[in-house]
Design a protein around this ligand. Structure first.
Ligand SMILES: NC(=O)c1ccc[n+]([C@@H]2O[C@H](COP(=O)([O-])OP(=O)(O)OC[C@H]3O[C@@H](n4cnc5c(N)ncnc54)[C@H](OP(=O)(O)O)[C@@H]3O)[C@@H](O)[C@H]2O)c1
Length: 316
């Protein structure tokens, strides 16, 4: 980071650690009650980066006390093979959360596979039922990166309620669900949210007035100091990978203008992973009918979606 930086840093690592410590407590409580929280992982193909992410998540799962069965399918696996593995986990009452590592090899349809997953087992919070719950304001696992950004801002005491948030990007993973989340009527949200994208040619007209600017475009260096209101809070959500090199949306020179900014490495990413385990704990609690209270460490959900309840009754 440049020596002319003025901005306060908003690191994600302490936020993730705080969340994971609470998850570990929740896991221990479940184990004491005789339930082994179980997070299954599925990897399709030979992508080394994906295999590395799965290894990190499995190691962390073990540290937190989760059981973590793993299935690795060959790159030659068919769509039906992927669906069969997910169906197997869906029908196993001992498996509470399931992670299908993204991406899966070309020729296979990730979204279609995700739709076969029990929405209550969806630890990424990206199943269409869960996105629908988010929009409807119903309990359910939250999409990890948007939830991570809300948690990061709350942890660092950045007020969001009543402030002008501008999100650059309307993608399904980040911009769109984040806009919904931060506009909700809750103390850590409740913002005036604007979303800009390629359809808004002069998007900097909006970002320059943002009190909180979230980059969610996946275009390296797209956010530059001239796009930032002096003193604003800048959150780097969008990243692109060049091999293992991480290329963030936010150019580091923005730290000269911003009042607070997430670091280039160790910002939103670690909190996103922590949210995945929070969703997994939520799923285990919910399955064990040890109900989490709203906005607690279980992810703020106690009730099941009727479709999932139906499936659960079918298999018990
Ligand atoms: N930090 C983390 O842990 C984490 C986790 C998940 C995802 N991400 C990152 O989040 C980013 C967004 O992912 P996503 O799947 O939600 O989005 P996406 O589907 O990749 O869409 C990107 C969005 O950015 C907009 N955009 C792209 N170039 C632009 C430009 N030059 N000017 C204005 N708008 C532009 C696009 O506009 P149009 O809609 O008009 O095309 C689109 O809405 C990605 O970089 C992804 O890697 C980070």
């Amino acid at each position: 980071m440049s020596t002319t930086m003025n901005a306060r840093l908003l690191p994600g690592t302490p936020v993730a650690e705080a969340i994971l410590a609470r998850v570990a407590d929740g896991v221990a409580q479940l184990r004491t009650a005789g339930v082994t929280p179980t997070l299954a992982t599925v990897l399709v193909g030979d992508d080394e980066a994906s295999a590395g992410y799965i290894r990190i998540k499995q190691r962390r799962a073990a540290e937190l006390g989760f059981a973590s069965p793993h299935v690795r399918l060959a790159a030659s696996a068919s769509q039906a093979d992927v669906h069969a593995v997910l169906a197997e986990f869906n029908s196993d009452p001992g498996v509470h959360g399931v992670l299908l590592q993204y991406p899966i090899p070309g020729g296979l349809d990730y979204d279609r596979a995700l739709q076969t997953l029990d929405p209550d087992s969806d630890v990424d919070g990206m199943h269409p039922v869960n996105l629908g719950r988010l929009v409807a304001g119903l309990p359910g696992p939250l999409p990890c990166t948007p939830a991570a950004i809300e948690a990061l801002l709350a942890h660092h005491g950045v007020p969001v309620a009543g402030r002008e948030v501008v999100i650059l990007g309307r993608g399904a993973t980040l911009g769109r669900p984040l806009a919904t989340l931060l506009a909700q009527k809750r103390p850590t949200a409740n913002a005036a949210v604007t979303v800009v994208h390629t359809g808004v040619a002069d998007w900097s007209r909006y970002t320059r007035r943002a009190e909180i600017l979230v980059a969610a475009a996946g275009v390296p260096g797209i956010v530059r100091p001239e796009h930032v209101r002096p003193g604003a809070v800048v959150v780097g959500g969008g990243v692109r990978y060049a091999g293992r090199r991480l290329l963030p949306d936010v150019d580091e020179s923005c730290a000269r203008v911003a009042g607070a900014i997430t670091p280039r490495v160790g910002g939103v990413g670690p909190v996103t992973v922590a949210m995945l385990f929070r969703n997994a704990l939520r799923a285990a609690r919910s399955a064990a009918d040890l109900v989490a209270h709203p906005l607690g460490d279980g992810g703020g959900a106690s009730s099941r979606h009727p479709q999932s309840e139906f499936r659960r009754q079918q298999r018990t």
